[in-house]
Design a protein around this ligand. Sequence first.
Ligand code: NAD
Length: 246
Amino acid sequence: MACNIVVSTGAGISAESGIHTYRDADGLWTKHDPMEVSHIQGWIKNPQKVLDFKNAQRRLSTEGEYRPNAAHLALTRLQAEWRWGDVMIVTQNIDGLHAAAGSRVLAIHGSIAEKFCTACGHVSPFDADIVLTDPCRSCGKPATTRPHVVMFGEMPFHLDQVEGALRRCGIFAAIGTSDEVAPANQFVQRVRSSETYRINLASLTAGGGWYRHQRIGRATVEVPRWVDELLALRDEPVIPENRGIG
Ligand code: NAD
């Protein structure tokens, strides 16, 4: 019987690559109102304000020359070397650093490197500022292009695949996420096995009971250590189901 792994990552895994998280003391939400710049209702009310924020975020992410760090690279190694089943990496991040590290990844909130047309669905590289009134390069309609990222109030991508993987996995880990954003903060509740890990700078008190193991520390230290431990296992782990999930 296979022992599959699902790893769910959030902004904290990229913090040591220099990309700000949202909710930490220096995070983006201390400077911007998420309802205005990252909510679908904000887009409907004032798309220019959303575009100003997303254009600036894209410029930072492409011009900042951010690189994958030791945590991203350790997960790539886990995906390549884990002998006992599949390793699925699911991320809320839009920064592309898992792919840059060579991992296969499901980016449930999309990518800051792409834009799409709400009229024809055409996806293209987000490689220069989006101008609100510009026509779509594919269908020609004006004012329909937006970043290919999921805003609050919208349905994330790939959730069917993630749900199936969670139900089949033997080991689950949530890395660098505040567990405040649904549905990713509920993934741990969908896991049938008992081996659930949380790796984060800060411990979670409310809701922490879903995690059997909490490892407190920097992702660049704790993730490679966790991966080394898993890859050192000589035998396939036998993990009992202990959840009564229907
Ligand atoms: P969040 O900002 O809510 O929480 C970040 C978490 O990371 C916190 O729990 C914090 O304790 C932890 N953390 C910070 N530095 C860490 C480190 N060095 N090592 C380990 N843990 C660390 O982020 P979230 O939970 O991912 O929130 C989800 C939203 O944030 C999503 O909508 C996502 O799209 C967005 N986001 C993405 C990026 C990115 O792509 N890099 C950056 C900021 C926000």
